[in-house]
Ligand binder design. Structure first.
Ligand SMILES: [Zn+2]
Length: 53
C-alpha cells in the first residue's frame, strides 16, 4: 500500500505518522515533535478531495 508521511506544515518535520494515500482525515490534531516547533497542527489528508477532483 502506498503511504504518505505526515509533515508539520510549520517546520516540515516528518512526524512518526503515516497515512494511506487514499486516507481521508480531518479534525485530527497532533503536536509537532520538531525541536523548536512543538506547535499543534491539524492532520488533513484528502479532506477536500471533492473540490480538487
Ligand atoms: Zn513543526
Amino acid at each position: 500500500m502506498d503511504m504518505d508521511k505526515v509533515k508539520c506544515p510549520h517546520c516540515g518535520y516528518e512526524m512518526p505518522l503515516q497515512a494511506a494515500k487514499d486516507a481521508i482525515c480531518r479534525g485530527v490534531f497532533v503536536r509537532c515533535k520538531g525541536r523548536n516547533c512543538k506547535r499543534i497542527f491539524e492532520v488533513r489528508i484528502n479532506s477536500n478531495s471533492d473540490k480538487t477532483k
